[in-house]
Design a protein. Structure first.
Length: 141
C-alpha cells in the first residue's frame, strides 16, 4: 500500500512538468552564459513501473525565431554546455524514470543523465519545452 502511494505521488510529480512561456528560467544559475547557435537535442525518458521508453528530438533550425531564443536560454540555464557530460542518479533506485539529455552544439555532444529524484528544475523546464515542440516516439518494453 505504501509503495503504491509513493508511485502515485511520483507519477503526479512527473506530469506536473512546467511549460515554457517566457525566456527566463527560475532557479537558473546566477551568472548566465548565453550559447547562441544551432542545437540538436534528444531526450530519452525510460524506466518506471511500466517500462516506458520515450524519445523526443528537437532541431533548433526548425523552430520559429522566438522559440529558438527560448530554447537557447533553456539550454544555457541547464549548464549542460559547460560540463560536457554528467550523471547523477540515486543508487539502487527502483521504479524511477531516468532522463538522458543529449545536446549537439557546434559538432560536440554534451550529455546529462538524471532520475526522478535528482532531475534539477532547469532540466524539467527544458524537458517540458522539448516534449511540447519536438518530435517524439514511445515504446513500452
Amino acid at each position: 500500500m505504501r509503495s503504491t502511494i509513493i508511485v502515485l505521488l511520483l507519477t503526479a510529480f512527473l506530469f506536473a512538468i512546467p511549460s515554457v512561456e517566457s525566456k527566463s528560467c527560475p532557479g537558473g544559475p546566477k551568472t548566465k552564459k548565453t550559447h547562441g547557435g544551432v542545437y540538436g537535442i534528444t531526450i530519452t525518458k525510460s524506466g518506471g513501473i511500466a517500462g516506458i521508453n520515450e524519445t523526443f528530438t528537437l532541431d533548433s533550425n526548425k523552430l520559429a525565431k522566438p522559440l529558438k531564443g527560448d530554447l537557447q536560454s533553456l539550454v544555457s540555464n541547464t549548464g549542460i554546455l559547460d560540463v560536457g557530460s554528467v550523471t547523477k542518479t540515486q543508487p539502487n533506485a527502483a521504479d524511477l524514470f531516468f532522463y538522458e539529455f543529449k545536446v549537439d552544439y557546434k559538432g560536440k555532444l554534451h550529455s546529462a543523465t538524471y532520475d526522478d529524484m535528482t532531475l534539477p528544475e532547469q532540466y524539467r523546464t527544458l524537458l517540458g519545452f522539448v516534449t511540447k515542440h519536438g518530435l517524439g516516439t514511445k515504446q513500452r518494453f
